[in-house]
Design a protein. Structure first.
Length: 379
């Protein structure tokens, strides 16, 4: 492919796009390395600390209320009061002491789990415990013969898991793949009660290689990528106008294919798996179409190429003169084969999108549709 002599002048006149893209991508790396690397860990720690301590404050406020004590003592539970307990982040259990030294359960806001004897008989006012279905932070207060216990779920730990029962963190299921918890105290990231009692600590899994990026960093990289793609489009249009249509089309096609192939093996422009749109559990049919986001990108690139061909052919008013009838028949057969192949490929993609995904396309049941349904309809 011979480039026209004015191409360097064209590149110089549009070089600002590449410079701006380079600055945006560099800035995104700076944010990731010097801001996000520390702020993510601190944000997760603060989220757990606030989650635990806010529940403790609310628990103490609830059990010190006169209405609560009257309900437990008189055993008169109102539906409105029970609904208010269900809205809390923790489970509340109220016991009264019996003559035999045991406890009689009078009020509870959950039937999924119960405090064990170790919690009820403990001399401590708070702690961290592993129960039947997960890990909990517990608090208890004994006031006038009423023993009040709260169980705050930290991480679920089901023996059998499915779509509804996942072993994830209660405060944020999205960080389950990046952090783990252990009881006790560590030098850093130890979650404590309001009184300073250590409960558990967080440990980051695969620190530095988990592929997470800051939201601002992702935004800058997307902007930089759009500028690079705009530069590629301008180069392809320039070649098509000043050289040949085939030169511009081949340049655009090869460049997009190379960039797309690299994105399957390298985090270009970033690790796409951190976005829910690229979650293979939502949709995956093959290595090429391994997520709904990959399908959306591939469909967008195909539309890009089709629109480029259409606009350039209209602009250059290209006509293929075929004098011989045989050549016309060959062109007709090839065109028909391309249309039939495109039809079957499109039908296969649509069938796969319905059969190999967890996405609802039931338009009759409107409330079953979600964001992924909209993306699927767009594709």
């Amino acid at each position: 492919m011979r480039f026209p002599p004015k191409l360097p002048r064209f590149i110089n006149s549009n070089l600002y796009l590449l410079v701006a893209a380079a600055w945006l991508i560099t800035l995104s790396f700076i944010i990731d390395n010097y801001w996000s690397a520390n702020s993510n860990e601190k944000a997760v720690f603060n989220k757990f600390t606030n989650y635990v301590q806010d529940a403790e404050v609310d628990f103490r406020t609830t059990v010190s209320d006169t209405a609560y004590n009257n309900i437990v003592r008189n055993n008169r539970n109102s539906e409105t009061y029970l609904e208010s307990l269900l809205e809390k982040t923790y489970y509340l259990y109220s016991y009264t002491k019996v003559d035999s030294g045991g406890f009689d359960l009078k009020l509870w806001s959950s039937q999924y789990v119960l405090p064990d004897s170790g919690i009820l008989n403990s001399n401590q006012a708070s702690g961290f415990a592993e129960l039947l279905n997960g890990y909990y932070v517990w608090n208890k207060i004994d006031t006038g013969g009423i023993l009040s216990v709260s169980l705050l779920p930290i991480k679920w730990n089901y023996f059998i898991t499915n779509k509804q029962l996942n072993n994830s963190f209660a405060v944020d299921p999205g960080i389950n793949a990046y952090y783990n918890i252990f009881p006790g105290e560590s030098k850093s990231m130890s979650v404590k009660t309001l009184s300073g009692r250590p409960l558990f600590y967080l440990v980051e899994i695969n620190k530095g290689v988990n592929g997470r990026d800051n939201g601002i960093s992702i935004f800058f990289r997307l902007l930089g990528t759009m500028l690079i793609l705009l530069f590629i489009q301008l180069c392809a249009v320039y070649l098509s106008i000043h050289r040949r249509f085939s030169d511009g089309f081949l340049f655009l096609l090869i460049t997009l294919l190379v960039l797309r192939a690299l994105s399957y093996f390298l985090p270009i422009p970033f690790n796409l798996r951190q976005l829910e749109l690229f979650d293979p559990t939502i949709y995956s049919s093959s290595f090429v179409l391994r997520s709904l986001g990959d399908l959306l990108i591939n469909a967008g690139m195909f539309v890009w190429l089709v629109m480029f061909v259409r606009t350039q052919l209209q602009h250059k008013k290209i006509h293929i003169p075929l004098q011989k009838v045989a050549y016309r028949w060959i062109l007709l057969v090839v065109g028909c084969c391309i249309i039939v192949a495109a039809t079957f490929i499109g039908a296969s993609v649509i069938r796969s999108l319905i059969a190999d995904s967890q996405i609802s396309f039931d338009v009759i049941n409107f409330f079953s549709l979600n964001f992924y349904s909209v993306v699927g309809f767009v594709i």
